[in-house]
Design a protein around this ligand. Structure first.
Ligand code: C6P
Length: 413
């Protein structure tokens, strides 16, 4: 590590204090929270922002003439502006609030899919997708007669780039690809994939659920067409997420759901739709969630995604080195380019048993198929244990995890 990177480490570890939930003991041991891939914890400022909103400003947005409604609307739209800056979108019109990554992908599958994808067309995804980036496309294929094509990967958990280039062709209507795999930690070369897809006039949706809290994302530099992510995986509230879409694509797409706020004029002879982004935000939105997400974005921006990425890189290297010393431990996903996730199995021990015994020692991890069953199928396993990092994790968490794993294994083997 360079001196500069070491300085970053010092600066970053102090932010752990901002997370009240991390200050507790679980089962008599300090909590080592290593399940950040599932959801992240919330800093005090996010908790306070949501509470303050309900204590002072709660009202519906875009509807009321009164002061509270104006305040709620201002805070809601200010959050949209923050998110636009955070991912460097061109306009607030390109930021659609959804319930999360899952809903964002379903929105595209439903709206873009319905208007642009038909019989004989192909949708390209990869072996390492989360179910959220598989099932909506399968459902679309069933509705339209399109075909799903899958980019294979190698035993390290890296996509086969040459196969990708072979698979993309004149029938391909969309590439939907995960930025960072939740089951393997692989960072996919999305920039290069987008370039190739665009050479074939194929738009690209990126599932950024596991990337957005770990690496800086610039949608204009990437030239990505759609980018989906969840608030709860980036220190914001649950039930809120974002679909970024290029304005010209969103303009041409039909609404996803009908209802209040997404219309301009309604009569029984016909309805005209509201402008972007409201066309895709039917009904009363998750106002507190949006405002809380805005606070999370401010918080992350203050720490700096590049600082976070450097620190987490160091932490994952430390975790991986120590885990590799454990006899019989096999790492699932050994890509050259990885972030924040250590997925593993140990000979003679079930992943679920490891998870339970770690919990008894204050260590929270996830065990299971991680909603990525095709990844499990590829590795001929049913489940893996997964430790997933965030910037508030530290060397003590790793030491506690390794000690707890060793003592669990003496019981299990
Ligand atoms: N992965 C995990 O433990 P939602 O549920 O909509 O916020 O995110 C869905 C999703 C989509 N893509 C990827 C790559 C994901 O990792 C997730 C959520 C969690 O890995 C829960 S299964």
């Amino acid at each position: 590590m360079t001196l500069a990177a070491n300085k970053t480490l010092v600066n970053i570890t102090r932010f752990r204090q901002d997370f009240p939930i991390l200050q507790q003991e679980v089962n008599g041991k300090p909590l080592a929270y290593l399940d950040n891939g599932a959801t992240t914890q919330k800093p005090q400022i996010v908790i306070d922002t949501v509470r303050d909103y309900y204590e002072r400003d709660n009202a519906n947005v875009h509807r009321g003439v009164h002061t509270l409604s104006a305040r709620a609307t201002d805070a809601y739209e200010a959050a949209r502006h923050k998110i636009k800056d955070f991912i460097n979108a061109n306009s607030e019109k390109e930021i659609i609030f959804t319930g999360g990554t899952t809903e964002a992908i379903n929105l595209v599958a439903s709206s873009y899919g319905q208007s642009r994808i038909g019989q004989g067309d192909e949708i390209l995804i990869s072996t390492m997708e989360h179910h959220s980036n598989i099932v909506p496309w399968q459902m679309l294929c069933q509705r339209t007669g399109a075909t799903l094509k899958v980019i294979p990967m190698n035993k390290h958990g890296e996509l086969l780039f040459d196969e990708f280039k072979q698979l993309i062709n004149a029938r391909t209507k969309l590439l939907a690809i995960v930025h960072v795999s939740n089951a393997l930690g692989t960072i996919n070369p999305i920039e290069a994939m987008i370039t190739i897809a665009h050479q074939h006039d194929v738009p690209v949706l990126v599932d950024g659920a596991q990337a957005i809290a770990h690496t800086s994302v610039d949608v204009q530099a990437l030239d990505v067409d759609f980018y989906a992510f969840s608030g709860h995986k980036m220190f914001g509230p649950t039930g809120i997420g974002v679909l970024y879409g290029k304005q010209e694509l969103l303009e041409a797409m039909p609404p996803y759901q009908g209802g209040g706020d997404m219309i301009s004029v309604v009569s029984f002879s016909g309805t005209t739709y509201n402008e972007l982004p409201y066309k895709f935000e039917a009904g009363t939105p998750n106002i507190a969630g949006v405002i809380g997400l805005g606070a999370a974005v401010d918080y992350l921006t203050n720490i700096g995604l590049d600082n976070i990425a450097a620190y987490e890189h160091h932490l994952l290297d430390t975790l991986t080195d120590k885990a590799q010393d454990i006899e019989g431990l096999r790492i699932i996903g050994q890509a050259e380019n990885k972030t924040s996730i250590l997925s593993f199995l140990v000979d003679g021990a079930h992943a679920a048993d490891i998870g339970e015994l770690l919990d008894q020692q204050g260590v929270a991890i996830r065990a299971g198929h991680h909603c990525a069953m095709p990844v499990m199928e590829f590795f001929h396993i049913n489940a893996s244990a997964r430790a997933s990092l965030a910037f508030y994790n530290n060397e003590e968490d790793i030491t506690q995890f390794i000690a707890a794993l060793n003592s669990s294994l003496t019981l299990l083997r």
